[in-house]
Design a protein around this ligand. Sequence first.
Ligand SMILES: *[C@@H]1O[C@H](CO)[C@@H](O)[C@H](O)[C@H]1NC(C)=O
Ligand SMILES: *[C@@H]1O[C@H](CO)[C@@H](O)[C@H](O)[C@H]1NC(C)=O
Ligand SMILES: *[C@@H]1O[C@H](CO)[C@@H](O)[C@H](O)[C@H]1NC(C)=O
Length: 736
Amino acid sequence: MQLAIPACFLLNLLWFQSLLPSQADPLELLVVTVATDKTNGFKRLEGSLKLFNLKFLVLGMHEKWKGGYLRLFPGGGQKINILKRELEKYKNNKNLVLFFTDSYDVVFTAGKEEILTKFKEFNARIVFSAESTIWPDGLLENRYPEVTFGKRFLCSGGIIGYADTFWSTITKWNVEDTDSDQLYYTKIYLNATLRTQLNATLDHTSTLVQNINFAKYELEMVEEDTLTRIKNLKYSTLPSVIHGNGPSKIYLNHLTNYVPDGWHSEYGCRQCSRNLIDLPNEPKDKLPSVQLAIFIEQPTPFLEEFLQRLEQMSYPKSRITLFVHNNEGDAERYISQFMLRHRSKYAAVKIVSPHENIDEKAARNMAVNHCIEIACDYQFSVDSYVQITEPDILKFLITKNKQVIAPIVVQNGKLWSNFWGAINIDGYYARSDDYLAIVNNERSGIWNVPFVNAVYLTKGSTLKYMENKIQSLYNYEDFDADMAYCNHMRDEEIFIFATNEIDFGRLVFTENVMTDTIHPDWWQIEDNTEDWEERYIHPDFWKATLDGVDIAQPCPDVYMFPLFTHRAADTLVEIMEDYGEWSGGKNKDTRLAGGYENVPTVDIHMNQIAFEKEWLFLLRHYPTKIVEKVYPGFYTEADSSMMFVVRYKPTEQSFLRPHHDSSTWTMNIALNSHGTDYEGGGCRFLRYDCSVTNIPKGYALIHPGRLTHYHEGLLTTNGTRYIAVSFVDPEFALNS
Ligand SMILES: *[C@@H]1O[C@H](CO)[C@@H](O)[C@H](O)[C@H]1NC(C)=O
Ligand SMILES: *[C@@H]1O[C@H](CO)[C@@H](O)[C@H](O)[C@H]1NC(C)=O
Ligand SMILES: *[C@@H]1O[C@H](CO)[C@@H](O)[C@H](O)[C@H]1NC(C)=O
């Protein structure tokens, strides 16, 4: 279903005019509903009634509900009994029309005039809403009158009638609280004598009430002036009430992100500024207390940055208690470093380490209990694969005043995010029609969704409420922890919100984490490019790629630019030394296709450390930007089969005799520092008698490989010198 904007505004105007009341209309409308709790759904109904200035009566508030769990079992007789008790006083009011609707799963999209006009057009004393399936007693099907156009079966979620007729209907028979209210009304309707006597009919074409279960494909959202409505395309009706009957509550939640006055193509997110909490800036101890619950449940790249970013959140740490569940031995050093430096700033810290053997669900339940024990105002639950880049995230989310709200985070360049817009019948992911628009940030707002994970804020009062009701929030049948949490929230009528009003950060991809290496994140260049660049690409590199920024040219057609951070250079050297299998610098080289190296060095190839594909990615994404800038008109394929780290030292190999490279262009990255790590060294281009002897650590030198730039490696006189060399486009001459 797409959000359609009406093409013809004039038509709409005319349509509304036809609904204008005649002058002398004395009829009054009173909406009646039964609700025992002020759930989110109830507040949503109440909001829509107020929006349209509808008079309404709420019955049964704070009564104990005995009418059954309606989603699974028939029930609801209690509703009729409550109506019987409260509506008698209206039974003789000739000018009153009562409109009974359910409360938690209903929203109004129109006001009194439209509703009464439509009601009168039925030419009936009482009208029940209709649906396409029969419930709860399928055996009654053939007693239903045939219908050629429209829905055949009665749904008790919407009933409109004159007060006297309404009264006769609900008092016809006795009904137990646990009986089905729908069956009660059905039996009245199917009794031809009573039907005629009561002058009753069904709203077959959803003129007044749209029951949305099984009707999804009949419906379309349309914007009417400042409001959004549901249009039934099958019957060409514009229902005044939307009812999420049966299992269609999640779909209703989706619709009410727009209907009646939610997100709008012209006005954007109106709910974003509603019902906010005003947080004081000072004094800090007046701010709500937050438990920051951190979960490291799997090997995760860029944990250091993850922790740093949590540390950089602007919320006062004196108002934050840390709860950390770490299930990864490898993460322990980061946690302990973090704690060493920052622990004292926080109100309190609790760490559950891998040695305690607590599984994910137990740990999350434990965090909830801990939060309740310390009387937290909020729990902010963050998984290790969420990089939070917005320092004000906590204040922002708290201000939104939701029981559960998740900041939307997405994997870079992918559609993978931490929310679902819909779920399928098994409770798993399904795509809502607005999912892409939200993930791609074309539509920004606050969204009522069925599922969030990875990072979300829950009110402490909600955790306490849930704890009383169900004890283990993270256990639900055999669902994963995150699904368990969301299922419980949905069962308890607690709305789950997700917001993409601002950019909060991103999800890190965790599927391919290297093991058995001292620097696993080095291999994340393709999966988590942005995080990799932040850590390993020199910040000045990007400037060098810009037009008009000159690149240093220490020798003719030899260019030098910043590429790696010091950390990247150190990381690569440490990985190579850790691997340790340096070649002997001999001509015989079994690693090469021909088995022979003309100008051998002491080196380790990228494929030996399983970094060949990654290094090619690096060549394609970074140095090529400079190559195409300094050698205009040349388009590199950035292909290479010779990529390696060379080690020069006086006691091993200390220089390299003059040679050509088997490349079109060559890149040579300095991995350590002249003067501190080694002395001597450098590269001399014989044709120009020009030497580059002081390449700063992390800088790359590029030069043409064959033909002009015959060169030699100068003597390293002391210490050890490391360079990363790539012969790029060896086949260029043949191909072009
Ligand atoms: C219809 O309802 C009336 C009044 O309760 C009852 O007397 C009659 O038997 C019913 N008819 C059928 C067919 O059930
Ligand atoms: C209701 O009564 C009116 C007036 O007798 C009649 O015209 C109309 O058809 C009846 N409607 C239904 C649904 O029985
Ligand atoms: C080599 O470097 C070491 C350490 O910096 C220094 O102590 C030594 O004097 C140097 N040797 C020569 C020959 O320069």
